[in-house]
Design a binder for this molecule. Structure first.
Ligand code: ADP
Ligand code: MG
Length: 282
């Protein structure tokens, strides 16, 4: 199948204010995302993740290279609405994404801007609120909700535009563990329903849930593969000042003590299974 998103030789430079200097934020990145895939992007602060994300839905336009969403070039001003509708974005701070004083009005905001007719908006708002488990809260004021609930409303607002792809830029960074879990559950559900997911996160356990993990450093893609291919490269990942998932770290330490933990172990559940089997053999 054709990729839904094609990033070809993307270079993005920010111009520094009042100087001729530029900041190279994304450096020669080529990435293709398959329809329906679940992709995670990790990398330390300043590695270019947000800049890459904003280039996908036309919030930023490439300095060099091309980005296509469903075949539409993001640099084509005539296609910007189609692109923003197809590739929705959810940001880190839910407070900056909510605009109305009532939850359901907030969710209606996106489809209203797309010119969707009122009956259809009503239907989409209800569907989207159900999708994020927030239908019961539809008449409430967003500022009275928890961080996790607010973020789910922001996600409902994007879902109501019926995007084929959603880019999440550190959607759980400001949430407590409970809120993080709620938001991750919704992201996994949207993936099961066929939406292409690009999840930028600094939580390794979240990245390990994806089908593909991309690690960025200094604007470049350094590693790209399934979590089982990427996470065992512990030395390389640590050299980029990143952690590995807890189970991967534990596996690494056990191997140094001579316990033959297989490389494919990347989550706690698999580690527990391995240790139980190992114990029964000794
Ligand atoms: P990340 O999301 O991985 O933390 P960013 O994409 O935000 O990385 O930033 C990549 C680089 O671009 C950093 O060096 C950052 O300082 C720089 N940068 C980001 N936004 C701007 C901006 N608006 N103006 C100038 N430089 C920026
Ligand atoms: Mg960022």
């Amino acid at each position: 199948m054709d990729p839904i998103i094609r990033i070809e030789d993307l270079v993005f430079q920010y111009k520094k204010e009042d100087t001729a200097d530029v900041e190279l934020a994304v450096d020669q990145v080529t990435l293709h995302f398959a329809p329906g895939s679940f992709n995670a992007i990790i990398g330390r602060n300043g590695s270019g993740k947000s800049t890459l994300a904003k280039n996908i839905n036309g919030l930023l336009i490439p300095t060099e290279g091309v980005v296509y969403v469903k075949g539409w070039n993001t640099a084509d001003p005539d296609k910007i609405w189609e692109i923003r509708q197809s590739a929705g974005m959810v940001f880190q701070n839910p407070d900056n994404q909510l605009v109305s004083s009532i939850v359901e009005d907030d969710v209606a905001f996106g489809p209203e801007n797309l010119g969707v007719e009122p009956g259809e908006i009503r239907k989409r708002v209800d569907e989207s609120l159900y999708a994020v488990n927030m239908y019961e809260e539809r008449k409430k004021a967003p500022h009275l909700l928890s961080g996790g609930q607010k973020q789910r409303i922001a996600i409902a607002g994007v879902v109501a535009m019926r995007p084929e792809c959603i880019i999440f830029d550190e959607p759980t960074a400001m949430l407590d563990p409970h809120g993080r879990q709620e938001v991750m559950d919704i992201i996994k559900k949207l993936h099961r329903e066929g939406i292409t997911i690009v999840l930028i996160t600094h939580f390794m356990e979240e990245a390990a849930m994806a089908e593909r993990v991309i690690i960025m450093d200094k604007g470049k893609v350094m590693l790209d593969g399934s979590p089982r291919q990427v996470f065992p490269k512990v030395e390389e990942i640590r050299s980029m000042n990143l952690d590995v998932p807890f189970a991967v770290d534990l596996a690494d330490r056990l191997r140094r003590r001579g316990i033959p933990v297989p490389p494919e172990i990347i989550n706690d559940e698999e580690m527990v299974d391995f240790l139980c089997q190992y114990k029964s053999k000794i």
